[in-house]
Design a protein around this ligand. Structure first.
Ligand code: NAD
Length: 341
């Protein structure tokens, strides 16, 4: 069967990673990426002589990109004509403007977590609403933290029933290139509940959730302390087995030397993952703690913010294109192509 044609609009932190992941799939091809400036990811792509064309969002951006030496293949409409689906990973707010353009081209589209609610017809999370989203054309992804929370929550809900949860998020303040952002020597609390609870509730209103955030002066990953109220008793061994069997969660041991988010990031660089990324949610084994006679689960995890949303973006492409009818098949297909076991 012919590979399905995907365009990425916004080739930044998330867009460049989705581009790589699309190219790892056996049933889709990246026909082009669109950006608005000669940013460092765009310059790096040009220097690497990537085998997909780079387009400019408009004629003015094309001029500035070309003057920086970027080979620009054309303007956004030129490549949208070729596309079957768009993944919009442009700067927050741009997706909402672009949706009108995608509608003109009759193209289904996926938007990222930084867009305002309402940019799409539904938030998408494959374990929760794949079937419903198959009828839609415009989907929005969870943010990085909500993706990590959802992976643990939906597994717990399926295995033991989940009544309620509280997630305390220590949020990285900035990606490594965002030197204009702070804080440098402070922890910034946010009003409770934070947006992650609202986003999660849109997808599953039956699990009561409260989230709290403190922003910390780090770049490589958020950390989240979770508290789950289960409907059925569980043991620590059962929870660890459940996490071990989920390809999008990976257990790490403090005792093995994974004593911080930075150690996990460094380990990823040493084992040679692209950009030091990982798609899985790292959960520290020693933090998995059962209380109240097995009815309450606590755990602490890292959220590698730049890569964690990528597998679900690929699932969303399969959902919109209808290339897999069932959520489980879509997830398994994505996992297999991304090497998640
Ligand atoms: P980024 O700034 O790294 O990349 C955005 C890209 O969009 C830039 O290359 C920019 O030049 C480009 N752009 C701006 N205007 C454009 C236009 N009109 N047409 C085409 N491209 C345009 O941002 P990012 O971190 O990749 O974030 C993208 C989205 O993903 C946001 O909604 C964000 O909230 C979400 N997200 C980010 C992270 C993260 O950790 N960075 C994690 C999860 C979700």
């Amino acid at each position: 069967m012919a590979k399905r044609k995907v365009v990425i609009v916004g080739y930044g932190t998330i867009g460049e990673r989705i581009a790589d992941a699309v190219r790892m799939q056996d049933d889709m091809e990246l026909v082009g990426v669109v950006d608005a400036a000669a940013t460092l990811p765009v310059r790096a792509a040009a220097e690497r002589r990537v085998d997909f064309p780079i387009f400019a969002a408009n004629a003015e951006f094309k001029k500035t990109m070309e003057s920086a030496g970027i080979p620009v293949a054309g303007l956004m409409p030129d490549i949208l004509k070729e596309a079957e689906v768009v993944v919009d990973a442009a700067s927050p707010g741009i997706g909402a403007q672009n949706r009108k353009i995608y509608e003109e081209f009759g193209l289904p589209a996926i938007f990222q977590g930084g867009e305002k609610h309402g940019v799409a017809e539904s938030i998408f999370y494959p374990m929760a609403n794949y079937d419903k989203c198959r009828q839609l054309k415009y989907l929005q992804m969870f943010s990085c933290n909500t993706t990590g929370i959802a992976r643990q929550a939906f597994n717990c809900d399926q295995a033991f029933g989940l009544k309620e949860m509280f997630c305390a998020i220590v949020r990285r303040s900035a990606d490594i290139s965002e030197t204009h952002k702070g804080p440098v020597d402070a922890l910034l609390p946010q009003k409770i509940p934070t947006h992650q609870a609202e986003d999660f509730s849109q997808v599953n209103p039956d699990i009561h959730v409260v989230t709290a955030v403190v922003t910390a002066p780090v770049c490589h990953g958020h950390a989240t302390m979770m508290s789950f109220d289960l409907k059925q008793k569980a043991t620590q061994a059962e929870i660890l087995e459940m996490f071990r069997n989920e390809p999008r969660i990976r257990l790490f041991k403090l005792a093995d030397g994974f004593i911080s988010t930075s150690h996990i990031f460094d380990y990823n660089r040493d084992r040679g993952t692209s950009r030091g990324d990982m798609y899985e949610v790292p959960v520290w084994e020693e933090t998995v703690y059962l209380d109240h006679d097995g009815m309450k689960l606590y755990s602490t995890n890292m959220i590698p913010q730049e890569a964690i949303v990528i597998p679900e973006n690929i699932d969303a492409i399969r959902c919109l294109l209808g290339t897999e009818e069932a959520a489980a098949d879509a997830i398994a297909h994505t996992n297999q192509c991304l090497g998640l076991k």
